[in-house]
Design a protein. Sequence first.
Length: 163
Amino acid sequence: MGPPESPTGHPENQEGRRKQLARRPRMRCCLLKGCQQRFHTRQARQRYCSEGCRQAARKWSRWKAQQRYRETAVGQEKRNGQSRRYRERVKSRKPPEPDAVNESARVITTEPFFRPFLRPARLLRAIRACAAKSLATLLLTRLPTCVGARLGARTALERGARL
């Protein structure tokens, strides 16, 4: 018996086919709720895009397992025991000793602290209406400057209102 008419195993018949390239796995979507970022996997069973997502998923998994356990009769009994022991500890605590009233306690005054530094109203009337000064410059001229406060900084307090 002779050779088949169209042998497929010979290299001369394979010229038309293109070479198979090494395939990359498809992009996956991160399974963490709220992230759902697309990423290339480095391992076959990789489910999360980053270490942070993996830790968040593990934290949620522990929380969910705790919720399932607390729904069981054993979990509820254990939780009730914890609550009972806590209430007993709170009852057995010593009552806090009343602190002596500190005479130098901070008192919030009704008058603003900057009242003595403001110009009197009679001096404000004397200033001409066409003067191009801001209200902050007029009112706070006697206020002592602190570190970083300069004339240019005061003008930035108010830009729109001019007298």
